[in-house]
Design a protein around this ligand. Structure first.
Ligand code: ADP
Ligand code: MG
Length: 379
């Protein structure tokens, strides 16, 4: 059991050939000023698009990559200079790296043999983890005979067999197909309930992060964007990036200009007739003519056939996916997408009314991308 703490951690790769692999992004840190804590026994997901620094972060924690700046602690111990083998960390990366000539049993036993553990001790450890990851039947087989899902189970079993203080999983499900992914996801969760080891899973799949994690760290371009419980980052995204990254289908993000008329604020949209009332809790934070980005999830706009107050807009796209319908309308040169589970259909061009759920609207500053805090949240 262990608490992990990163304090202002930086990583800059020094490429041997200097010029050849110039990085696309402006700064040259793969990880920049990263601080977060995983509590003892917590399951934390690191989520972000490819190249944002997730694997680099994990490799620094594991001791496989030198830290350019900052400190990493396990419990009270600063581990910056500890050898990987002395960190008591279990690792499972996406490429399983099992030893092909050895049986699954010997793969699981390998590190303990290297530490001169007795046969009976090794057997006891393997007997304990094998059922947790459902690999009992595979113990006599060799890796080339295993399916992708089975290899991944063995990979994770090997990482936990020595009962590490900290378990690091890097995209462990990325090579698996839909159903297998789902199944192994459940098993990882069950395994964690059983052994309660502090665990970090790295993934670019927001569903995976949301379903497994107690808390999620969201990264972009080497920088922390937000850390919070899944529902927190879903309901209160700290910025436009998090808002667009969490949730499927993604949140609508519309450029809007605030217009004040008769003491009330309205969202207006360039090249569009659509008008939407601004929730009162934002009034203090806004002024006439201000540009904002309005965020609203597809489930949080209600489409009505019967005319009510507000503006009518024509349906641009209607799709029936069986368990939900998706409709879109044009707002200037973007699309506003909505989903509903109601059993309705629309003709293309049909005029409808839109109602934005006031409590579920999010505002962002278009310059910084940061959330504009409303009165209720701020107080
Ligand atoms: P992720 O796991 O989130 O996809 P990585 O941590 O692998 O991202 O990479 C973060 C950044 O660091 C990327 O820009 C990547 O190109 C760069 N990078 C990763 N490994 C190396 C390396 N060995 N040498 C130079 N640059 C690297
Ligand atoms: Mg990676």
């Amino acid at each position: 059991m262990a608490q992990l703490k990163l304090e202002r951690v930086y990583k800059r790769y020094v490429n041997s050939d200097k010029s050849f692999f110039k990085k696309a992004k402006q700064n040259d840190y793969a990880v920049e000023n990263l601080s977060f804590t995983c509590y003892d026994g917590e399951f934390v997901g690191i989520l972000g698009p490819s190249g944002c620094g997730k694997t680099t972060t994990l490799r620094m924690i594991a001791g496989l990559e030198e830290i350019t700046g900052g400190d990493i602690y396990i419990g009270e111990t600063r581990i910056n200079n500890l050898l990987p083998k002395d960190r008591n960390i279990g690792l499972a990366f996406e490429d399983y790296a099992l030893y092909p000539p050895l049986t699954v049993y010997e793969n699981l036993a390998f590190n303990m043999r290297a530490k001169n553990r007795s046969d009976s001790e090794i057997k006891r450890a393997i007997d304990y983890v094998a059922p947790l990851l459902k690999v009992e039947e595979l113990l006599r087989m060799k890796p080339p005979a295993l399916s992708g899902g089975q290899k991944q189970r063995v990979n994770i079993a090997r990482a936990i067999v020595r009962r590490p203080g900290l378990l690091l999983l890097d995209e462990p499900l990325s090579h698996l197909d839909g159903k297998m992914r789902q199944q192994l996801r459940h098993e990882i969760k069950r395994m964690h309930h059983e052994i309660k080891c502090t665990t970090i899973i790295v993934t670019h799949d927001q569903m995976e992060a949301m379903s497994l994690s107690d808390r999620i760290v969201i990264m972009k371009d080497g920088n922390l964007q937000q850390m919070g419980e899944p529902i927190e980052v879903y309901d209160n995204p700290a910025n436009e990036f998090v808002a667009g990254f969490i949730g499927e289908p993604p949140m609508n993000l519309l450029s809007s200009v605030i217009s004040r008329a008769d003491g009330a604020f309205l969202f207006t949209f360039p090249e569009s007739e659509l008008r939407v009332e601004v929730p009162k809790r934002y009034y203090d934070a806004l002024s006439d003519g201000q540009r904002v980005t309005l965020g609203v999830r597809p489930v949080d706009v209600v489409v009505a056939k019967t005319p009510t107050k507000g503006s009518s807009v024509p349906i641009a796209i209607y799709e029936n996916l069986g368990d939900e319908r998706r409709v879109s309308v044009r707002v200037g040169d973007s699309l506003l997408n909505m989903t509903t589970s109601e059993d309705v259909w629309y003709e293309r061009g049909e005029m409808v009314q839109l109602e934005f759920k006031a409590e579920k609207t999010h505002l962002f500053d278009p310059e910084t991308g940061n959330r504009i805090v409303s009165r209720k949240e701020g107080s």
